[in-house]
Ligand binder design. Structure first.
Ligand SMILES: C[S@@+](CC[C@H](N)C(=O)[O-])C[C@H]1O[C@@H](n2cnc3c(N)ncnc32)[C@H](O)[C@@H]1O
Length: 227
């Protein structure tokens, strides 16, 4: 099954709770430093900070802060219209209804906005594949809904370059979710070749099932362990 493209890359507002489920995060994972890239308007960094985690958000959309702030809620609404219009592509396991999705994501968006304004130092403007962080800067790097999701506009070489950069700044692991392009229910078709090319650089990868499925068929993450 496939549904139409979502259009321009969404700046989404997934919540801390979604991140915990998507990336199977536990207390150990959150006890070190964490980079969320691309973080979009997710509340992960805000909520993680409240519980004592040293989290940093990074996104190419942070360059024009006012325009981002102005569009956060309309982006949640655009995403919500997409899932309501293409409900056959989505599971009701995490959000029972489109209204529940809207409420959850608006709450996350509001938490993002408060933290983005109060603690600008935690939100770094940068674009893959060139991040302004040294090698091994973060214990754990999380990357959701850019790689694989936007395979219609990012080719295999770009996936490799983005992943290599995320691995460079990680001390231990990079976790990527989901493995299924937006509009599809099947894994990214070049995942095998991508993993082979990472292995050739010494990066060990595993595919792990997680307890989160919203986009149908998207319930696995890629874990990359650096050499
Ligand atoms: C669908 S959002 C995902 C945000 C967040 N991870 C979440 O799950 O809610 C995709 C994000 O990728 C960002 N983005 C696109 N290309 C990028 C790049 N080359 N480097 C960093 N961020 C990028 C966009 O600005 C957008 O915020």
């Amino acid at each position: 099954m496939s549904v139409p493209s979502i259009g321009a890359t969404l700046v989404t507002s997934r919540s801390f709770e979604e991140y915990v489920a998507m990336f199977a995060l536990d207390g150990d994972d959150l006890s070190g430093t964490v980079l969320d890239c691309p973080a979009g308007a997710s509340s992960f960094t805000a909520t993680a900070h409240e519980s004592g985690t040293r989290a940093t958000a990074c996104d190419s959309a942070y360059g024009d802060r006012q325009s981002l702030l102005d569009s956060v809620r309309t982006e949640v609404e655009r995403g919500n219209r997409y899932i309501a219009e293409h409900h056959e592509g989505f599971s009701d396991r995490f959000f029972a209804t489109p209204d529940e999705h809207l409420g959850h994501r608006l709450t996350a968006a509001d938490a993002f906005v408060r933290d983005f304004v109060d603690r600008p130092e935690a939100y770094v403007h940068a674009a893959l594949p060139a991040l302004p962080f040294g090698d091994r800067s973060f214990d754990l790097v999380l990357s959701s809904h850019l790689l694989f999701s936007y395979a219609d506009r990012l080719d295999l070489d770009t996936h490799l370059a983005y992943l290599a950069e995320l691995v460079r700044v990680a001390r231990d692991q990079v976790r990527v979710f989901p493995l299924v392009p937006t509009g599809s229910t099947a894994r990214y078709p070049h995942l095998g070749e991508l993993r082979d090319r990472l292995a050739a650089r010494g990066v060990d990868t595993t595919v792990t099932a997680v307890d989160y499925e919203f986009q149908r068929g998207a319930d696995e993450m890629l874990v990359c362990r650096r050499p």
